[in-house]
Design a protein around this ligand. Structure first.
Ligand SMILES: Nc1ncnc2c1ncn2[C@@H]1O[C@H](COP(=O)(O)OP(=O)(O)O)[C@@H](O)[C@H]1O
Ligand SMILES: O=P(O)(O)OC[C@H]1O[C@](O)(COP(=O)(O)O)[C@@H](O)[C@@H]1O
Ligand SMILES: [Mg+2]
Length: 613
């Protein structure tokens, strides 16, 4: 954590420029088909009513009240991709005549077919009205026409195909054996000829068990948060595979060599997952368990030796943060990694990491398939950024938020205790603002939360700086929380990337600190700016209680998934249920905060901040 020295601003005149702004007429921008999704009445009232009594504190937010469609954060980025694909399809002349859509206007519209990998949206050629039956959704496997009475069945068949879990039996003709995993085995007096306990333990998950990804039936596409596949917002079950131990397994535990690797940046809970994987493997009867040191690098870097792991060795590792095995970025050469897997005779590989790691895990899984190796590659989603699609959250996120709000609290105390104090906190999040949004919400002490998904300006009448002036005048102090990826368009780009190819972001925190100081100096208003950058503090700590539970379950399920013969899957939590997803479904894009989601609106309600542009 680093704090700037006390403000160098000289005392100046205490009068601040007037903060009240002239009311502006607001319109929901109608680019192409975008506006056509609002009823005429809605559009009229939105465009004709300026805000004559605009409060200086709470400027109404543009677009938000008018938005009928609130996609949740899990699907927002997917929608972004779908729209881009629809646009490119359109421009390639392969689809109907919809003018190009831009992300911002798209967010305000109802979108159908969100859950496909390729959605298309159009208006009927001869009418300006939105024409629901023109809306089509396609996926890579099936094209849906909602005029077709069997579209639901087709959708579900396509869905089931996409979310079907790859397994080693896809390439190998293998017979399963009864599981060796039973929590009651020590109490069971007799076993069968395989030594499998004969108790009546009923803790197995049936392979046909599914969890629903969505549970709300929206009555209208205009309902808050509605995610509709078709224009009538029909109920279509989207089921995913339930995680957990199966009655039959595809490995002989005694013969298994299992390896664990942790990649990417640090994240609270890595040790908890490693520990649970080891415990669960041992419960199955696996004796040969190793850790690959320092991420994927450990597979091929000379001098890095695999580490034998056992319950005894990992018993207490969860008491500390970091990774017992070490982490690293970069250096993922799939063929070399698979050579190494082959040479080491690894049967199960457990990969803990974020979106990059998952992409790597999938490449390893594919390469193993190509070489016809009987290897199960199972991932566990790790990242404080919480930026992996479809899942409720990734492990480490809760803990990072908890730590981040401690930094916010310090900024608040500093700001509140200073004359015209301004506390500024920068929080991590490579491509999304989840940590900043949740830490702002949880602390309740933030006046301005800035995230990459919502553009803002610093200068000018509607800029952040003018709002800070206002806060100093009315409140006497303020706290700003900025996500590290926010406002990158305001900064010079270095173009540099890290070893994994991730773009190295310019420092918005330092930039804002300087801009705030300069601004208040220029207008002659004293301001005491304290900048806190808790960057590595929020992720180098040990997991909190809720993350520790999440890690425990995810780690156990990863092992159950491998023994069940799955490969190329990730063990995660969706809609409060523990499930397995094919890695391919979660790595298309990073998950981002949906500016039209209920959560972002709640954050805005909490901070009371206006639009900053
Ligand atoms: N598209 C990809 N294909 C294969 N491996 C990848 C890919 N992207 C990243 N990796 C590898 O995954 C590891 C972790 O990636 P990184 O982006 O640093 O962290 P995270 O997994 O947390 O997103 C690195 O070793 C990197 O080389
Ligand atoms: O460890 P580094 O290389 O400084 O990376 C910092 C980045 O790591 C993170 O903490 C987590 O990112 P990953 O999930 O990719 O590991 C980001 O929030 C941040 O941008
Ligand atoms: Mg990442």
């Amino acid at each position: 954590m680093c704090c700037s020295p006390a403000s160098l601003c000289p005392p100046g005149p205490t009068t601040t420029p007037p903060l009240r702004r002239p009311p502006r007429a607001r319109c929901v921008e109608g680019r192409g088909a975008a506006s056509e999704y609002h009823s005429a009445a809605t559009t009229r009232s939105l465009c004709s009513t300026p805000f004559p009594h605009r409060s200086p504190v709470l400027r109404p937010r543009r677009r938000i009240p008018a938005s009928p469609s609130l996609l949740d954060d899990n699907h927002f980025e997917l929608v972004h991709i779908l729209i881009k694909m629809a646009v490119s399809l359109k421009s390639s002349g392969s689809f109907c005549s919809t003018p190009p859509q831009w992300l911002h206007s798209t967010r305000d519209r109802i979108l159908y077919g969100y859950s496909h990998s390729n959605a298309k949206e159009c208006t009927c050629k001869k009418t300006k009205r939105p024409a629901p039956l023109c809306v089509k959704a396609t996926s890579t496997k099936v094209e849906l026409d909602f005029n077709d009475p069997s579209w639901k069945q087709k959708f579900q068949e396509d869905w089931d195909k996409r979310f079907n879990l790859p397994r080693i039996t896809d390439i190998y003709d293998l017979k399963p054996r009864p599981t060796t995993f039973s929590l009651k085995k020590n109490r069971s007096p007799a076993g069968d000829e395989n030594g499998t306990p004969m108790d009546k333990w009923n803790g197995y998950v049936n392979s046909d068990d599914r969890a629903l990804l969505k549970v709300i039936k929206y009555s209208s596409p205009k309902s808050a948060g509605a995610e509709c596949i078709d224009p009538d917002c029909s109920w279509v079950e989207q089921r995913v595979h339930r995680a957990g131990p199966r009655k039959e397994i595809y490995y002989e535990p005694e013969e298994v060599k299992a390896a664990i690797v942790t990649c990417g940046g640090l994240c609270p809970g890595l040790n908890d997952v490693i520990r649970q994987i080891v415990f669960t493997l041992e419960t199955y009867g696996v004796k040969n368990i190793v850790g690959i040191p320092f991420g994927y690098r450990g597979f091929f870097e000379k001098g890095l030796k695999e580490m034998p792991l056992s319950r005894h060795l990992v018993e207490n590792i969860n008491l500390a943060g970091g990774s017992f095995l070490g982490v690293s970025r970069g250096g993922a050469k799939t063929s070399e990694i698979v050579d190494s897997i082959q040479a080491r005779r690894i049967d199960m590989l457990f990969v803990l990491g974020g979106n990059g790691t998952h992409a790597g895990a999938n490449a390893i899984h594919e390469e193993c398939r190509k070489r016809k190796l009987k290897v199960s590659v199972v991932a566990v989603p790790k990242t404080i950024d919480n930026d992996i699609l479809l899942m409720d959250k990734t492990f480490g996120f809760d803990t990072a938020v908890e730590e981040a709000q401690r930094a916010i609290n310090s900024a608040y105390i500093e700001a509140r205790s200073a004359y015209h104090g301004i506390g500024l906190v920068k929080l991590m999040g490579r491509s999304s603002g989840f940590i900043a949004m949740h830490a702002s919400l949880s602390s309740g002490q933030v006046d301005v939360c800035l995230i990459p998904e919502v553009p803002f300006t610093l200068d000018g009448e509607y800029g952040v700086l003018r709002h800070l002036e206002h806060l100093l005048k009315t409140k006497g102090f303020c706290v700003v929380c900025v996500a590290e990826a926010a406002g990158q368009e305001l900064l010079q780009k270095s173009g540099a990337t890290d070893a994994s190819g991730n773009v190295i972001l310019s420092d918005i925190g330092v930039h804002m600190q300087q801009k705030i100081k300069m601004h208040f100096k220029d207008i002659g208003v004293p301001a005491d700016v304290k900048y806190i950058d808790p960057t590595y503090m929020v992720r180098a700590c040990r997991a909190n209680a809720s993350d520790a539970i999440l890690c425990t379950v995810l780690g156990q399920n990863a092992v159950h998934g491998a023994f069940a013969g799955f490969s190329g899957i990730t063990s995660c939590i969706c809609n409060t249920h523990y499930v397995y997803l094919p890695i391919t479904e979660v790595i298309t894009v990073p998950k981002r905060v949906n500016p039209n989601s209920r959560m972002w609106h709640r954050c805005l309600t909490s901070t009371g901040q206006p639009d900053f542009h």
